[in-house]
Design a protein around this ligand. Structure first.
Ligand code: IPE
Ligand code: IPE
Ligand code: MG
Length: 207
């Protein structure tokens, strides 16, 4: 007997609650981010194993620049180190890495590791992992509209806007999951979540 499993095509994750996880344990917020990355890796592997096609992970928002310099620097280092050392993991699982967000607003060295990871994995045919780094839904839509305007059109359609988003090949989000009990979107994939189902879990991201 065979079972038909109806999987969502694209799942978006708002990985929230790293700071609270650390605070509960009397640790620095940075420890929460470190543990949060471990959980993200387990999740990516699981999504790949069960045959999900697209996963979007909210890593760093355009609003996250309001955090302390120390926390921002730590997050940038975590992103760099992860992308530099995980080529083997991505290759073994045939996971393709793509980026969404305003790349030019990131430090040069972070821009470089992101474009290297995207290039290195571009031909892999398994799960696509869309990393949202310096990402804001409003910012992405504004950048899309500006790209269209530079082609001198007189009227803009919905299709034009979708095609000029950062990753127009990725379909809309079917299911958005946010951890840690906050029930809001926080500027996550605004255009692509128009028809998504939302699931909120009280579990903190590292757990
Ligand atoms: C999410 O966890 C990770 C990032 C935004 C980078 P938080 O750092 O927002 O954790 P809380 O919400 O303070 O617990
Ligand atoms: C959303 O979480 C951003 C990421 C997970 C990267 P935040 O913790 O930054 O969101 P707000 O500020 O509480 O809405
Ligand atoms: Mg938070």
């Amino acid at each position: 007997m065979s079972f038909e499993v109806n999987l969502p095509n694209h799942i978006g994750f708002i990985m929230d609650g790293n700071g609270r996880w650390a605070k509960e344990r009397g640790l620095l917020r940075t420890k929460g981010h470190q543990q949060g990355l471990e959980s993200a890796k387990i999740l990516i592997k699981h999504c790949s194993d069960i045959g999900i096609k697209y996963v979007s992970l909210y890593v760093f928002s355009t609003e996250n620049w309001k955090r302390t310099v120390d926390e921002i620097n730590f997050l940038m280092i975590l992103i760099k180190n992860h992308l530099k050392k995980e080529y083997g993991f991505y290759k073994k699982n045939q996971i393709k890495v793509v980026h969404s967000g305003d790349i030019l607003g990131l430090p040069k060295d972070v821009q470089k590791v992101i474009s290297d990871a995207v290039n290195e994995t571009k031909d892999y045919k398994g799960l696509t992992v869309n990393l949202l780094i310096n990402y804001g839904g409003r910012n992405e839509i504004v950048r899309s509209v500006n790209k269209i305007l530079s082609s001198k059109v007189t009227e803009i359609t919905e299709d034009d806007i979708y095609k000029n988003l950062d990753n127009p090949d990725i379909p809309e989000v079917d299911l958005m999951i946010r951890s840690s009990g906050e029930q809001r979107l926080s500027n996550f994939l605004l255009w692509q979540c128009a028809y998504s189902e939302f699931y909120y879990s009280n579990v903190l991201w590292p757990d």
